[in-house]
Design a protein around this ligand. Structure first.
Ligand code: NAP
Ligand code: F7E
Length: 326
């Protein structure tokens, strides 16, 4: 039975990836941080087969201990401070976790793997935020990186460190440059979930409006459940590499809002949307759209869930949750 260690197991992607790997017959282990992490219960309830290990990406000795405890064949490094807006307020913390945390994990894996550094396969959760002020449309693996936030800068560090460990030590280290991916498990601070929850509550008469920032920003939004499969496929290749994972379609925040209100049959969505400068960012990423043809060609990966289906899935799940008082 192959064994995998996932950092960031309590996050959106960690949960989907753990479910996917269990379905593939893996023995799944997860890294859990903090002395009394409130999300431990969620993981234990949803995925009782997963074994949890204490550790933090900023503490390399804890990573070495976790690797010793589970001795995995594959490591998926999903742990990060991942909220872009928060990264301006906590730039140093974001750098430590999202940036230097990658180096800590790579070095821990290298030390653990001993004489054969390629014996433990490594996945790094890189991000389309690295493209920032985009230098090419659509963005592909070779597009020049121009990050626009402390989060983006930290991800660029982790991305190049992953490539450097592959080139320096022959590690099987791959980097997935994933564009935005969402789901009913998306954190409430991200715009899609903020909208799906608000629309669900407005539909049920529990709320009147939602307050947002920049409606003009455009993102290439896919479904997280589809994207974790691409992570796994990268680690099944003979040779490690970097891949863009995206749908190739871009939509504005405004279009997401429109689609969500239209799904519940509310016309005149403008009545329910207010603007607050608080949600604007010091530097914005205006438009992202990815070219995932390398992943299509080499991994045989394609997204299954489209934009309209994703919006409907998120809104419907939130309506059910608010109806049942969950
Ligand atoms: P998420 O829901 O915010 O999850 C982040 C995870 O990182 C959580 O499990 C969190 O644990 C963990 N974490 C935070 N600080 C940590 C630390 N110091 N040590 C160990 N773990 C720590 O993010 P996601 O959406 O699942 O994304 C997964 C990864 O993909 C992240 O690296 C993200 O930056 C990257 N990414 C995401 C997207 C996207 O659209 N979702 C796109 C490209 C790249 P707690 O629960 O304990 O806080
Ligand atoms: O913002 C605009 C905001 O916070 C999307 C992370 O997973 O994907 C994610 O980063 C857009 C931005 O995601 C609000 O200005 C308007 O243009 O949902 P978001 P993100 O910043 O794209 C990348 C690929 C990652 O790697 C990250 O980890 O929506 N926007 N009004 C708003 N955003 C938020 N959060 N809240 C608003 O009220």
């Amino acid at each position: 039975m192959p064994r995998a260690l996932i950092t960031g197991i309590t996050g959106q992607d960690g949960l989907y990836l753990a479910e996917f790997l269990l379905g593939q017959g893996y023995d799944v282990h997860g890294l859990l941080r903090g002395q009394n992490n409130p999300k431990r219960d969620l993981v234990e309830e949803l995925l009782p087969e997963v074994t949890l290990h204490n550790g933090d990406l900023t503490d390399m000795s804890s990573l070495i201990r976790a690797l010793r405890e589970c001795d995995p064949a594959e490591v998926y490094n999903l742990g990060a401070v991942s909220f872009v807006a928060y990264s301006w307020e906590n730039a140093a913390l974001t750098t430590d976790v999202t940036g230097k945390g990658v180096l800590n994990m790579l070095e821990a894996v290298r030390l653990h793997a001993g004489d054969d550094p390629s014996s433990v396969r490594f996945y790094q959760a890189s991000s389309s935020e690295m493209f920032g002020k985009v230098q090419e449309v659509p963005q592909r693996e070779t597009t020049l990186l121009w990050p626009r936030s402390p989060y983006g800068v930290a991800k660029v560090f982790g991305h190049y460190m992953t490539i450097n460990y592959r080139e320096s030590y022959g590690m099987h280290a791959s980097s997935g440059i994933l564009f935005n991916h969402e789901s009913p498990r998306r954190g409430q601070e991200f715009v899609t979930r903020k909208i799906s929850q608000a629309v669900a509550r407005i539909h049920l008469g529990l709320q009147d409006h939602v307050t947002l920032g920049n409606l003009d920003a455009e993102r290439d939004w896919g479904f997280a459940g589809d994207y974790v499969e691409a992570m796994w496929l990268m680690l099944q290749q003979d040779v490690a590499d970097d891949y863009v994972v995206a749908t190739g379609e871009t939509h504005s925040v405004r279009e997401f809002v429109q689609a969500a209100f239209a799904h519940v049959g509310i016309d005149g969505w403008e009545r329910h949307v207010r603007y607050d400068e608080r949600f604007m960012r010091p530097a914005e990423v205006d438009q992202l759209v990815g070219d995932a043809s390398k992943a299509h060609r080499q991994l045989g990966w394609k997204p299954k869930v489209g934009f309209a289906e994703l919006v409907a899935m998120m809104v419907d799940t939130d309506i059910d949750a608010f109806r049942t008082g969950w």
